[in-house]
Structure formats: structure tokens, C-alpha cells
Design a protein around this ligand. Structure first.
Ligand code: GRF
Length: 195
């Protein structure tokens, strides 16, 4: 049985989708939900689902990313995860941290990568007049939002869409795609999933 730790920064809807998918014959179980924000709404949701939680406030470390990560790593290493899932985790990780989990760390990004790495993905798709948008699950490498793609889900961009309405349509697919990819990944299957 694979052990999965999940990093969040906010409400944690993707984290909840992952946690609730890891039951029955799923090859993995959640062992920790950690956040860079002690006020992250997702921490209470994880605790309510009986998952161990931890919070390390990145603001206490100013610009010292390595010091922040060293503190976060104490909690992660204590949980001994096989797989690390970034789920709405908004801190850019240092190459040193990434190297430690390379080949076993996933992220979900709300665009059809390689289009629109970074922020404001939905508004950028609307401004570009794209007919489609979506989300991507990829392995994390030292280049932001760039690693091998493990899954993508597409949605139409509809006339009159605002970034919020498009984000809502994409989030529905995120909650389907990330659990589907994690189930395969935990079973050792890295064949990409597309819909
Ligand atoms: C999601 O759209 C995710 O793709 C992005 O941040 C949003 C946060 O969602 N990285 P949640 O915290 O999982 O609800």
C-alpha cells in the first residue's frame, strides 16, 4: 500500500477528492495533509476525514525558502510518504526540495499545459479567444508547471465565460482527473490519461 502526503495552500477541494478516492481496492492511502498556511480551510476538512495534518507558516521565514522547506520536510519525512501530491499548493519549491521527491511528486495545474504555466490561467485562455481550456496533472520537476504530463481534461470555453465560470467548469474535471491519475500512478502506471 502506497503512502500519500498532500500539500495544500487553500480550501483543499482537490485534496478532498484525492482523500475520498483512496478507499477500497485503491493502491494508496493518505497519511498527511500539510499546508504553508495555518488558516488553510482544507486542514479542517482533512482532520474531519481523520487525516493527520501539519502547518508551517511560510511567512515566518521571509524570503528564506530553504528554511521554510526544512521545517515542512520534518513533517513530511515523519509521515514517510511514497508519493507527494501538490493540490492547490501555491509555494514555488526549490530545486533541492524537488530533487528529493523527483519521480514521485505530482501537481495539478488549471490549464492545458504547456499552455499557460503560472497564474491567471482561465483569464488568459479567455483573452486569447481559446475554444477549449482544462487542467493537467503532471510530475513535478525543477521547471515550474513543466514536468511529464500524466493526464489532461478538456472543457469548452463558452461565449460570455468569465474566469470564475470557466474555473468552476475546470474544477469539476480536476476533481475527476487527479484521483484517476493518482490511482494509476500508485499502481505504477504512468500512461497518460486524456479526456
Ligand atoms: C485549483 O484550481 C488548482 O488547480 C489550483 O488551485 C486551485 C485550488 O483548488 N492550483 P483547491 O484548493 O484544491 O480547492
Amino acid at each position: 500500500m502506497k503512502r500519500v502526503a498532500i500539500l495544500i495552500s487553500g480550501g483543499g477541494s482537490n485534496m478532498v477528492a484525492l482523500v475520498r478516492s483512496m478507499t477500497g481496492d485503491h493502491p494508496a492511502r493518505p497519511v498527511l495533509v500539510a499546508s504553508n498556511d495555518p488558516q488553510a480551510g482544507g486542514l479542517a476538512k482533512a482532520a474531519a476525514d481523520g487525516i493527520d495534518t501539519a502547518a508551517v507558516d511560510h511567512r515566518a521565514f521571509g524570503k528564506d525558502r530553504a528554511a521554510f522547506e526544512a521545517e515542512l520536510l520534518k513533517h513530511i519525512e515523519a509521515a514517510e510518504p511514497d508519493i507527494l501530491c501538490l493540490a492547490g499548493f501555491m509555494r514555488v519549491l526549490t530545486p533541492g526540495f524537488v530533487a528529493r521527491f523527483e519521480g514521485r511528486m505530482l501537481n495539478i495545474h488549471p490549464s492545458l499545459l504547456p499552455k499557460y504555466p503560472g497564474l491567471h490561467t482561465h483569464q488568459r485562455a479567455i483573452d486569447a479567444g481559446d475554444s477549449e481550456a482544462g487542467c493537467t496533472v503532471h510530475e513535478v520537476t525543477a521547471v515550474l508547471d513543466d514536468g511529464p504530463i500524466l493526464g489532461q481534461a478538456r472543457v469548452p470555453v463558452l461565449p460570455g465565460d468569465l474566469s470564475d465560470t470557466l474555473a468552476g467548469r475546470v474544477l469539476v474535471q480536476e476533481h475527476r482527473l487527479y484521483p484517476a491519475v493518482l490511482r494509476r500512478y500508485a499502481a505504477g502506471d504512468r500512461k497518460p490519461l486524456f479526456w
